[in-house]
Design a binder for this molecule. Structure first.
Ligand SMILES: NC(=O)c1ccc[n+]([C@@H]2O[C@H](COP(=O)([O-])OP(=O)(O)OC[C@H]3O[C@@H](n4cnc5c(N)ncnc54)[C@H](OP(=O)(O)O)[C@@H]3O)[C@@H](O)[C@H]2O)c1
Length: 254
């Protein structure tokens, strides 16, 4: 019998950890939950907190050999992957021309390349009724000066997710992109290493538990996108109605 599993990247903190918590406590049909991140001690401690179904896999997803480790494990164990959640991601706030090149490269490698490779490696092990949740961001809706690479990387995630959803639907595999505004997690510890976030974003900071709860509900409904909060839904509509140049000029006033 093939094991029925979930795979969650970025599992050691923030929304990834919250996905693990909810799935470990409510999705009893799973035999294992593979949790991926770099901080192995955090992943190991999840076994104590959430039980023996947790399988910690310490990987730096910006390192190309990591993908080979995951691909080999999938090839050896041939699991039935019912849920894939790509939550690993990072952003650095600041002007493009002032951000160190290695930090720009890390953002693209993790948010774009790693998410793409993990997804490509996992899909062959998915079956009818499986689903993929990709963490995009409301930053995907509009180019963002001083968060340019991050916003562009999340536009990629949103675009990829929507196209994959269409390709995979005939196989009964569904893809949901999650596009929240700012969420209260460790994300900003890294993101604010050079510059602070725009002050107005602090007023719309969401609770990760609510974002994750809605994402799981939307994924079950086979929604193409999960947008938490009225403000971010409004933002999505504005970016469809008004020229992006105008919205960027307004954003630059703050
Ligand atoms: N927080 C927000 O405001 C917000 C808003 C919209 C979208 N998002 C997106 O939501 C997702 C989750 O963010 P979060 O807020 O939960 O952030 P977080 O608390 O900082 O979690 C990020 C996760 O990614 C993992 N990670 C980072 N670099 C990695 C690497 N090189 N290899 C493997 N794993 C790595 C981290 O684990 P280790 O450090 O242990 O490796 C951590 O588990 C991200 O894709 C983010 O872009 C966040």
């Amino acid at each position: 019998m093939r094991k029925v599993i979930a795979i969650i990247t970025g599992a050691s903190s923030g929304m990834g950890r919250e996905f693990v918590r909810v799935i470990a406590t409510k999705y009893s049909f799973l035999d294992e939950i593979w949790v991926i991140a770099r901080r192995i001690e955090r992943l190991d401690s999840m076994r104590g907190t959430f039980g023996d179904k947790i399988v910690p896999i310490a990987l730096d997803l910006t390192n190309s050999s990591s993908m080979k480790v995951l691909a080999s494990k999938l090839h050896e164990e041939r699991p039935n992957v019912k849920i894939l959640i790509n939550s690993a991601g990072m952003g650095i706030i600041g002007r493009f021309d002032e951000t160190p090149e290695n930090e720009i490269s890390d953002m693209v490698t993790l948010n774009v390349n790693a998410l793409t490779s993990v997804t490509r490696n996992v899909i062959p092990y998915m079956s009818k009724g499986s689903y993929i949740i990709n963490m995009a961001s409301s930053a995907a809706f509009l180019p963002q000066p001083k968060f340019a690479v991050y916003a562009a990387s999340k536009s990629y995630v949103l675009s990829l997710s929507r196209a994959l959803r269409s390709e995979l639907a005939p196989k009964g595999i569904y893809v949901t992109a999650v596009a929240p505004g700012p969420v209260k997690t460790e994300f900003f510890g890294n993101a604010e290493k050079h510059h602070k976030i725009a002050f107005y974003k602090k007023f719309v900071m969401a609770d990760p538990r609510r974002v994750v709860s809605l994402a799981l509900k939307d994924a079950k409904l086979h929604s193409d996108i999960s947008v938490y909060s009225v403000t971010m839904k409004l933002m999505m509509i504005l970016t469809k109605v008004f020229p992006h140049k105008l919205l960027i000029d307004i954003m630059n006033l703050f």
